[in-house]
Design a binder for this molecule. Sequence first.
Ligand code: GTP
Ligand code: MG
Length: 290
Amino acid sequence: MIKSGFVSIAGRPNAGKSTLLNTILGEKRAIVTPKPQTTNKNIQGVYNDLRGQIVFIDTPGIHKPKTPYGEYLNKQAYQSIRGSEVTLLVVDASVEYGAGDEYLFSRLKVDHPLIIVLTKIDLASPIHVQKVKEQWTQNYPDTPLIEVSSVRNFNIDALITLIFEHLEVGPLYFPLPEDYAIRLENYINEIVREKIIMLTREEIPYSVAVVVDHLTESDTKVEAYLTIYCEKDSQKGILIGKGAKMIKRIRLQTQYELSKFLGKDVLLELMVKVEPLWRSDPKILKKLLG
Ligand SMILES: Nc1nc2c(ncn2[C@@H]2O[C@H](COP(=O)(O)OP(=O)(O)OP(=O)(O)O)[C@@H](O)[C@H]2O)c(=O)[nH]1
Ligand SMILES: [Mg+2]
């Protein structure tokens, strides 16, 4: 099992909700225009990564209704919010706080975690963003607030991390992408390589190949056995280090980073092997390149 949950994207018309969804998904799921009331029904978009699954619901903008149609739009949004585990309150940080925001604030009732997302910060001065921020912090003290720009893809990863912090382990609502297991392997592999590059001298990084030999994953733990192939005994010596200190540092730093990202315990076994011709060894290349 993984972390999962429904997350509503709510806010005033034209705030930038659909653009945020599209940026998160990396595809055009919801239409976007400069006009308010572009989204007229709840739109679902499923986000998967190694930490879990988020089912986003992009909702119509909440506004003071003047027609039955307007009431219908608001109702769609309220319905989605009621059924969510987390709600993102998307605020256009480039415009002044006004009556529309007050209306939204008076109507929005959530019985679950709320995250305030100030968006379009690429259009506003830092002073203006600060003013909007202060107003919303006053409205919702002790509520997490994050500044993003969908157009610039700024802070979107941090927003996803923040959402996962508020989600619990839950069911899988939609099948995971077929390459999920490979993605996890690749990710572990990348982090090990990053630590090797950061911790060892120049010649080492280009001489090594990291292969995940075995991987198991449960709700709370990831265990993996990896082999680091290098070309010479001297390189093996550097990778292991005096008293095995280097390999321990590589392992501990990788475990720390992975477990922070995945929200699980991570246990790694790292082996260093000399394989002068690993670049030509079909077995290693197959493991490396799939
Ligand atoms: N510069 C900039 N423009 C943005 C950003 N996010 C959204 N926009 C623009 O803001 C306008 C409204 O965006 P939408 O995503 O349609 O807003 P919405 O909240 O879904 O609007 P409704 O569906 O009508 O409620 C569009 O012109 C977007 O291109 C951003 O981060 N930066
Ligand atoms: Mg929209």
